[in-house]
Design a protein around this ligand. Structure first.
Ligand SMILES: Nc1ncnc2c1ncn2[C@@H]1O[C@H](COP(=O)(O)OP(=O)(O)O)[C@@H](O)[C@H]1O
Ligand SMILES: [Mg+2]
Length: 400
């Protein structure tokens, strides 16, 4: 090779494999090879394309190369009319360079292209490999997106199911809440009836008794309002006082707890925080924990133990931590890891849905960006709900 041919060989070699995108990689080869060697046209054909070249540069040609002629050669030289054509066979196709006038270097170009055969094959394989990988990546992304939306749908369904499951528990609570006021109303009505029969009805006394009835009716109507609110889909976040949210939740279960001789200790602190949350969601979580505690207390066989549930909260670093603790015997260590899983329940025989804590975890971790966990403490379980104190959370001192 003379100096001119060496320079051309160097330039051509440098043009191979500069891109991982198939078209621009092959195009750079066609461009550089034909410009440096003065070809009037250059094309890339794939083995299985009868329609013509995949990539083409320069003059249109009506020459059709018979691919059957390729037999392990590094290059093939063809003549067609007064044109000279170099064919460079590749693994999945071939390159074709056409020359009108040739000089003494023509043969050297053909040999040189032949020497680059392997490098071009490797570069094309890398491009197609990368393209395949990218396609695979895209497919993977779509299938991840599909699964994510499936999971979301499933979660929505579970939240719905859990709400239905807690509806039963709620009805039970309503029944408990109502029993006492209804009995009281019945007693007052009887007493009025009695006075009426004995003709001892005193107007002031009657007014007082009717006031009593009204008070009880107010209580009944408030409880039903509270429960109705609980089941309404709330989508708007409210700025809620944590103390009042806990109070309202505890009120839901108070009667049932008293009937089952469970003492509720609410540690009041002289602070309050206002949280931007969906009220029902946080209430649902605390209610799930309170209901589970009550069910655990009901399983206890030793009735000498005073049943105590304590609930308090605190600000710890950048978080609000709500602690709900019972002394109902705790959770066996070998299952404590599983209690937040969907459908995990040790109360299957009592129609336990196994969804309460699962939903609670979704509400706390995903909707409220917090954390929830359980641990065995002393002779019972303590649930901790951690909620981030964010800009929208305001803290207020209510000590005075
Ligand atoms: N305070 C608790 N004491 C003992 N075990 C508990 C307590 N809270 C939850 N668990 C356990 O966690 C399980 C899952 O609770 P949950 O998701 O509410 O489902 P379910 O109450 O329908 O069984 C319960 O079946 C129970 O074994
Ligand atoms: Mg439960």
């Amino acid at each position: 090779m003379n100096f001119k041919e060496l320079t051309i060989a160097y330039k051509c070699l440098a043009a191979i494999g500069n891109s991982l995108e198939f078209n621009s990689m092959v195009f750079e080869i066609l461009c550089t090879f034909s410009r440096r060697t003065n070809a009037i046209s250059s094309c890339y054909y794939s083995n299985n394309s009868d329609q013509g070249p995949i990539l083409k540069l320069g003059t249109d040609m009506d020459f059709i190369f018979n691919t059957k002629k390729i037999k392990n050669q590094k290059y093939i030289i063809e003549t067609y009319n007064d044109l000279h054509i170099i064919i460079l066979p590749l693994r999945y196709g071939y390159l074709e360079f056409t020359y009108k006038e040739i000089d003494e270097s023509f043969q050297a170009y053909a040999v040189m292209f032949g020497d680059f055969q392997n490098k071009i094959n490797v570069s094309i394989a890398s491009c197609t490999g990368v393209e395949r990988l990218e396609r695979l990546n895209e497919d993977l992304l779509t299938s991840i997106e599909n699964s994510a939306s499936k999971v979301k749908k499933h979660e929505k369904m579970l939240v719905y199911q859990a709400k239905h499951a807690s509806m039963g528990e709620m009805l039970e609570m309503i029944a408990h809440q109502w029993r006492q006021p209804i009995t009281a109303i019945g007693m007052v009505a009887n007493s009025i009836l009695f006075d009426l029969v004995l003709d001892e009805l005193d107007e002031d006394e009657l007014k007082k008794q009717l006031d009593d009835i009204n008070e009880q009716v107010d209580f009944l109507s408030n409880t039903i309002d509270d429960f109705r609110c609980f089941f309404k889909e709330d989508k708007i976040k409210e700025n809620l006082s944590l103390n009042s949210l806990i109070n309202r939740t505890v009120n839901f279960v108070k009667r049932q707890y008293t009937d089952n001789k469970i003492k509720i200790i609410q540690e009041q602190i002289d602070k309050d925080v206002y949280l931007e949350v969906l009220k029902n969601e946080l209430m649902q979580t605390i209610l799930n924990i309170l209901n589970n505690a009550q069910e655990a207390f009901n399983e206890m066989t030793d009735d000498k133990i005073e049943k105590i549930l304590s609930i308090r909260w605190n600000i710890n670093n950048e978080n609000i931590e709500i602690y709900i603790k019972d002394n109902a015997g705790g959770i066996k260590e070998d299952i404590i890891e599983s209690i937040f899983e969907a459908y995990f329940s040790t109360k299957k025989d009592k129609n336990g849905s196994g969804l309460g804590l699962y939903i609670s975890r979704i509400i706390i971790t995903e909707h409220l960006k917090g954390n929830i966990y359980a641990q065995n403490i002393d002779d019972g379980t303590m649930f901790t709900i951690v909620l981030p104190l964010n800009k929208k959370t305001t803290s207020k001192d209510i000590s005075n």
